[in-house]
Structure formats: C-alpha cells, structure tokens
Write a protein that binds this ligand. Sequence first.
Ligand SMILES: CSC[C@H]1O[C@@H](n2cnc3c(O)ncnc32)[C@H](O)[C@@H]1O
Ligand SMILES: [Zn+2]
Length: 436
Amino acid sequence: MKIFIKDPLILDYKDQEKQFHPYRANIVIEDDQIADITNDLPADLSVFDEIIHASHCVALPGLINAHNHSPMSLLRSFSDDLRLMEWLNRKMLPAEANMNQEDIYWGALLGIAEMIKSGTTAYADMYIHMDQIAQAVHDSGIRASLTRGLVFLDDDGGQRLREGIDLVKSWSGKADGRITTMMGPHAPYTCPPDQLKEVMEIAKELQVPIHIHLAETQEEAEKINHKYGKSPTEYLYDLGLFDGDYHVLLAHAVHLDDHDIALLQNMKGGLAHNPFSNMKLGCGIAPVYSFLEKGILVGLGTDGAGSATSLDLFKEMKMASGLQKLDRFDPAIIDAHTILQMATINGSTLLQMDHQVGRIEVGKKADLILVNIHQPHLVPHHDLVSLLVYSAFGQDVVTTIVNGKILMKNRELLTIDEERLLYEAHQRAKRIVEGI
Ligand SMILES: CSC[C@H]1O[C@@H](n2cnc3c(O)ncnc32)[C@H](O)[C@@H]1O
Ligand SMILES: [Zn+2]
C-alpha cells in the first residue's frame, strides 16, 4: 500500500529545545513505514493507492494511551460518583464476572473504535480474557501492549498467572508486530510480596515489562501502610521493582511524597497519568510536575471508560494541564509542548515502542493522525501546539493511520463495522449489568 499525504502541517519534535515545530511538507507512506517527507510532488501520482489532501490538517504522531481497560467501555455510565473501592468491588467486579468471552471481544472493539476515532494509534491494556482483546487488536489494526491483570486474593491466582504467561508466549509480536505484551500484577493491595516477586521473576525470564497500578488512593496508601508499615511505593521498591532490572509501567502514582518520588529516580520505565479518572473517582492530583522535574518519564492514559467515561486523549491533555496549573496556582508550571510530548513521545517510550513510533520521521512506522484545523473552534492558528492541546478534541481527528494502514478516513472506520459494533455493545452491556 502506497499513500501520499499532500501538504499537511507536520509537527516535528526537537529534543534539545523540548518543543514541537510545524512545517509544511508531503508524507509518503510505503507498506508499514514513513518512506519520505518531501516538498517535491512525485512525477506520477498514479503509483499511489491513496492520495489524501491535507492542507487544512495538522499531521502529528498518533496519540498513545498508556493505561486502559478496554472492555470496560461496556460499563460506561453504569456506575458513577462512587469512591474507587466501592465502585470496583460493588459494581465493576460483579459486572466483569458476568462478561463472557464474546462480550470481552466486543467491549475491547468498542474501546478500540473510540480510540481510533479520537486519534489514538497505540495503547496499553490490562484486563481478563486477553485472547479476545488480542483478537480485537488484530482485527481492528490498532497497536497495543497487552497485559493479563493478576489478582492474588483467592485460590485462582495461579490460573491467572498461567494465563498471563500464555498471553506473552502466544501473542508477543503477532498482528504484523503490532501486539506486544507485559506481565500485569494488578496493584500492591491485590498482590502479596511472594506472588509479586514470582511475577517479577517471570517477567525477567520472558523479557517483558511490568504493568501495575500504584498509589491511586489515600485508602490504598493507608491499607499498605497498615499491613506492611510502608508506603505503596516503598513496598514495590523493597521488592526490587525499581532497581533497573525491570521496565515498569506504573498507572496513576497519585499518593507519593518526596521520599517516594526519589525512590523512582533510577527506575526503568515510568508513569501513566490518568487525570480524568483520578478526578472523577476523587483520588487526588498526581504530582506530575515533580516527576518531570526529577526526570521521571510520564505518559498519558485514560484508564477504563468505566471511570474515565471516554477514551479521548485530547480531553486528557486538557485535564492533565489544568490539574497541574490548579494544584500549584501557576499557569506556567507545565506548558502545552510538555503535555503533547507526554501523549506521544513519552507514551512510545513507556510502551517500549519508541524505536518504531511516537514521531513523524522517515523510517518510523506510519502511525499518524490528521487533525482538521479548518473549523471555527480551531481558528486562528497563532500556535498549533496550544491549539491541539487546549482547543481540539478527538472529534477533530479526520484520518488515523497505523502501521501504514488507514483505519479511519474522513471519520469513517475502515476496519470496523460501526453499526454492528454499536448494536452488539448495546445488547451485551444491558445483559451484563442486569441485576447488579
Ligand atoms: C484484573 S484485570 C484489571 C482490573 O482492574 C480493574 N480496574 C479498573 N479501573 C481500575 C482502577 O482505577 N484502579 C484499580 N483497578 C481498576 C478492572 O475493573 C479489572 O478488574
Ligand atoms: Zn487502571
């Protein structure tokens, strides 16, 4: 497949300046890669399978959602305005117990469809029935890092662990290399030390990263402190998770003091900040500015739509920015470039995909999006990065390309039958929550 994207404004990230710079050029995609970025028009445009006229668009690297539970899209609007533990134990877990394998497939596809339609080209997923999610990733064309969530509070922990290992062994590198995997101990409060240590050893052996929730609520911090006499971060640190042997993806990281933050300084990997989920569950404000100040990598996630309500990373960029400014009473504490970097480049490093995606450069995989900026709410164009971070939403994305394949064109999904998907989602979601 050869694609010619004509005349977009391309956002290029300059590492020394830590800034994005726009320039106008054509993008040539061949197979799965960006083959050329040029101001020349090819002599013969008929060699292209697709020509996209994009002079009214910004081309930017596809956004990367660093933390999600995709089938929870079926639980959107089912249970709101509760504290995390009540929401999880009384509502989410019973609903998940009612989900069969087909529900998981359609729930994941629902989440993936929303992500593609709002400009996300790669994401991290932690859930159950992972074969079904992997199949949805395979079928839809999105890129993903998949994790079987591991909870060790009952006799089924061993079975879950085997499923986690099977996922890594059977799906890593599949779907033309779009699928990678991690091991996923769910959280400090669901994983006692011996089991967590075992998961870490397996991750080392299988050479995959670890994806885990950390310090999401004050309640979690108190629980871990009561049980082990330490903070959730110290708990993981003492087990050796941050000693540099493991690439770790920490979701949330809200309740960390300066001592906890210092413990993360030598870690490999970093954090997925999920601002709207944290706001909606009343968890608190993650000290994102302090992490960045200490050189700790921060990407952006949504969390599942059961808490985040939507999977639109443009929304999350606004929330991430607003939370830090509010927390410090300082509008200059974090700028739009840093926020966009979190949603693109940082996400690619967190998911260990930075050798492939995260920037629009010749030789990278063609994972990019086109945002239509010729609309009343996106005019004028004094500063394109400000415009994208503060004024644009997912609905402004017109084209989404992953691995050189067009997944959405003029807002129409090309790999997913949207009407069938909406029908399946309605029917299944209704049945799943009946009686809860
Ligand atoms: C065992 S698979 C993953 C597990 O995580 C649950 N979950 C969803 N959102 C959150 C959150 O914000 N904190 C902790 N756990 C969460 C989900 O319901 C699955 O059971
Ligand atoms: Zn989560």
